[in-house]
Design a protein around this ligand. Structure first.
Ligand SMILES: Nc1ncnc2c1ncn2[C@@H]1O[C@H](COP(=O)(O)OP(=O)(O)OP(=O)(O)O)[C@@H](O)[C@H]1O
Length: 380
């Protein structure tokens, strides 16, 4: 299992990068931040395409850069997927795939490996086609398979969806969603699209002006009261839930989340797997009791942790699910008038009424790591 540790403190041209981080041995780590914050520069430094003197980089203890050591790009076991797929237009899909294998000294007759990856990316039926006849999404799936055929120990993806239209993005997304559960290597995924982060990332590195301003599990970062996500009018909570039960009569799956259970409309799927849920803060309302019947299925006990101003007219109430607030964080968008009339305050027990919890995509996610609990202490 390979863990990437990096320390970059220096300049690439006139642009300064200053950050230190470690990313876990598997799962998708998104590099997220506004245009020009240094995402691509960082990725290129990790790949060895940019050489920043003084930087340190190791993969699973193997030094790629430190002091005088600088392992050149072609000797780093990485797969790199760019915005443009960069396939050879005169070759078939199969030849595009095996060409790279041969160059890397990998036996291109290793059909088992080829079959595995073409199945993972859903391109088996395209192997004999010329690449010019493929859709943008299909081309990018070929490019990902080509990168993985090299048996990389680290996969770098630089905005792989940015050149695609919405239809092609929708088509490729389920294949990308498999990456965190199927690959046993770390994936670093550059994007400035929050929806991609919500669907694909396990961890997030948040960049601004060449610096790392936050790092953590996706669920934690999106609800962190000190970061812009949690204070946004269109804030979102992402939860990974374990499927416990499927009720065929109503077409509802019961998912176990940290601190409670949720029922969501879903198709029949295996129990025990983890699925990712997206809950918009505007789909969560608060009640002081559950005396009245409601059409809202999901009414969970929760404790108010903080009440946050937003960039809009409403407030975001940051909750912890569970009678004692022992579960996951959840954001609810509430008007100032309701906060005043219900006298909502930190530490108070409430019920979170979740109107819409949508499953993100079709695939399963990794078992989430238990979030570090922040105690319910003196809140503002
Ligand atoms: N070789 C270089 N020499 C000088 N400046 C550079 C070099 N490469 C990148 N830059 C500058 O560094 C900054 C960071 O660029 P970078 O492409 O890494 O940002 P980004 O976050 O990936 O942006 P985007 O989301 O728009 O792709 C920019 O101001 C860019 O102009």
């Amino acid at each position: 299992m390979s863990t990437l540790s990096a320390r970059f403190d220096g300049k690439v041209g006139s642009f300064r990068l200053n950050m230190e981080f470690t990313i876990p041995s598997r799962g998708v780590t998104a590099l997220f931040g506004p245009s020009g914050c240094g995402k691509t520069t960082l990725l290129r430094c990790i790949a060895g395409l940019n050489h920043m003197p003084g930087a340190e980089l190791t993969l699973d203890g193997e030094v790629w850069q430190k002091g005088r050591t600088f392992v050149p790009t072609h000797k780093r076991p990485i797969g790199y997927v760019f915005q443009e797929p960069g396939l050879f237009p005169h070759l078939s899909v199969r030849k595009n795939l095996t060409y790279g294998m041969k160059r890397a000294g990998i036996d291109s007759r290793d059909s088992e490996h080829l079959n595995e990856l073409t199945a993972l990316m859903g391109i088996e039926h395209l192997l004999e086609r010329g690449v010019t006849a493929l859709s943008g999404g299909e081309k990018q799936r070929v490019a990902i398979a080509r990168a993985l055929l090299m048996r990389p120990r680290l996969l770098l993806m630089d905005e792989p969806l940015s050149a695609l239209d919405q239809d092609n993005k929708n088509e490729i997304m389920p294949y990308l969603e498999q990456l965190h559960s199927q690959l046993e290597i770390p994936v670093i995924y550059v994007t400035h699209d929050r929806r991609e982060v919500e669907r694909l990332a396990d961890q997030l590195l948040l960049l601004r002006k060449g610096e790392l301003i936050a790092q953590g599990e996706i669920g934690e970062i999106l609800t962190n009261p000190d970061l812009p996500f949690g204070r946004s009018q269109d804030a979102v909570t992402v939860l990974d839930g374990r499927v416990r039960h499927y009720d065929a009569r109503y077409g509802l799956s019961t998912l176990q989340i940290d601190g409670g259970t949720l029922e969501v409309p879903d198709t029949l799927g295996p129990t025990g797997v983890y699925k990712r849920l997206r809950i918009a803060s505007t789909d969560v309302s608060l009640a002081l009791n559950t005396d009245q019947p409601s059409t809202i299925l999901n009414r969970l006990p929760a404790v108010i942790w903080k009440i946050l101003p937003t960039d809009g007219p409403s407030l975001n109430v940051l909750l912890r699910i569970g009678n004692m607030g022992e579960g996951s964080a959840l954001l609810a968008s509430v008007t100032r008038k309701s906060v005043e009339s219900m006298e909502l305050k930190p530490g108070q027990s409430v019920f979170a009424q979740i109107k819409g919890a949508s499953l993100l995509g079709s695939s399963t996610t990794n078992k989430p790591r238990k979030h570090q609990m922040t105690p319910l202490i003196a809140c503002e």
